[in-house]
Design a binder for this molecule. Structure first.
Ligand code: GTP
Length: 330
């Protein structure tokens, strides 16, 4: 029988640290396996693919929707095509932050992939800064991503107290009793340590047939009470996105002002934003997650792009600011 291609899924809510984990994986990998990376962006801008492109892997991006719902067919086609044409030795999938891990698992467990793919790592990254707020506000997606993971990697644990981390671990355990959980800051661990499989944690997601994954939802037999209330609508019904492309040059103060205004809700409830924009001296890469933001210089790109995801977005106002057409945007 032909060799099956191992496939890893790196899931996690908006801004959890999926791309950062993938970058660590690419930087520290010790094999020369030919990789195929499938990036799924909910907005129209392929920012993560641009960031990952430093590596020598083939990267494909599917944007403007979620591979677990509206883009299910496209996801299946891209995967099939990559397997037959690129012949990768490993596949890495980063679903959007608002994707349901259970749905992604269902797709890769379709009969057409039985003889060609073997599920290797099913990872969910959990950002300890926002775990409780995301659980309360976006529980439907959040609990699903936790419940179906084999390995849960907590991110951003550097500046959080051990008590707070313990609370997050307790919360994770309510929805997933058997995943291996890592809470050590990533810079103290190698990617091999983060992804090591531990026989102590017997989460069977990889070998479980797709039909069981649906059953888990409908019967609720193996899952905690809260998961029985999962509704079947997609992230696209809950979240909106605004994407921007342009050549505007941002000064540091304008960029900071915009990020501050996002934090105070001036453009609606933005949960996640990221962008690569031209600056006066160098380009900027900015990241915003639920009130916390940072920016750093980036290498020049042909065009600036940014994406904003959230609820009740004031798109027109936001786009005007990005273009510099608002009095307050300089
Ligand atoms: N301090 C710290 N920051 C982190 C860590 N992991 C990720 N970040 C930061 O969190 C922000 C979001 O990280 P990403 O890796 O882009 O998150 P993502 O899950 O890919 O986000 P989406 O694009 O929404 O899917 C970036 O500013 C990262 O630098 C971590 O372990 N520690």
């Amino acid at each position: 029988m032909a060799h099956k291609v191992p496939l890893d899924i790196v899931s996690g809510f908006l801004g959890a640290g999926k791309t950062t984990l993938l970058l660590k994986l690419l930087k520290e990998r010790t094999t020369n396996e030919k990789l195929f990376i499938l990036e799924n962006e909910y907005g129209k801008a392929g920012i993560d693919g641009t960031l990952l492109s430093v590596s020598n892997a083939k990267i494909e991006e599917i944007y403007s929707g979620c591979i677990c719902c509206s883009l299910k067919g496209e996801f299946t086609n891209v995967l099939q095509q990559a397997i037959s044409e690129i012949k990768p030795e490993r596949i890495l999938i980063e679903p959007t932050g608002i994707g349901k891990l259970s749905e992604v698992l269902q797709i890769v467990k379709q009969p057409c992939f039985h003889d060609v793919i073997s599920l290797d790592h099913v990872i969910t990254v959990v950002d300890v800064h926002h775990a409780h707020s995301f659980l309360v506000n976006f529980g439907e997606f959040y609990k699903d991503q936790i419940a179906y993971a084999q390995t849960i990697v907590c991110s951003k644990t550097q500046d959080v107290s051990p008590q707070e981390i313990e609370e997050v671990v307790k919360m994770i355990r309510r929805y997933n009793a058997s995943a291996r959980i890592t809470t050590t800051p990533w810079n103290q661990l190698s990617i091999q340590q983060i992804l090591a499989k531990d026989p102590l944690y017997e989460n069977q997601i990889a070998s479980e047939p797709a039909s069981n994954i649906r059953k888990r939802f409908s019967s609720g037999a193996k899952q905690p009470q809260a998961l029985n209330h999962v509704k079947r609508h997609s992230g696209a019904e809950t979240f909106q996105n605004v994407s921007w492309k342009g050549s505007r040059v941002f000064s540091v103060s304008i960029l900071k002002k915009m990020l501050d205004h996002i934090s105070t809700g001036q453009y609606g409830q933005i949960v996640r934003a990221k962008g690569l924009v031209a600056g006066e001296k160098s380009w900027f890469h900015f990241e915003y997650v639920n009130g916390r933001w940072e920016y750093k210089s980036a290498k020049p790109h042909t065009i600036g792009q940014a994406v904003f995801i959230g609820q009740n977005l004031l798109s027109e106002q936001l786009l005007k600011t990005l273009e510099g057409h608002n009095a307050e945007s300089g």
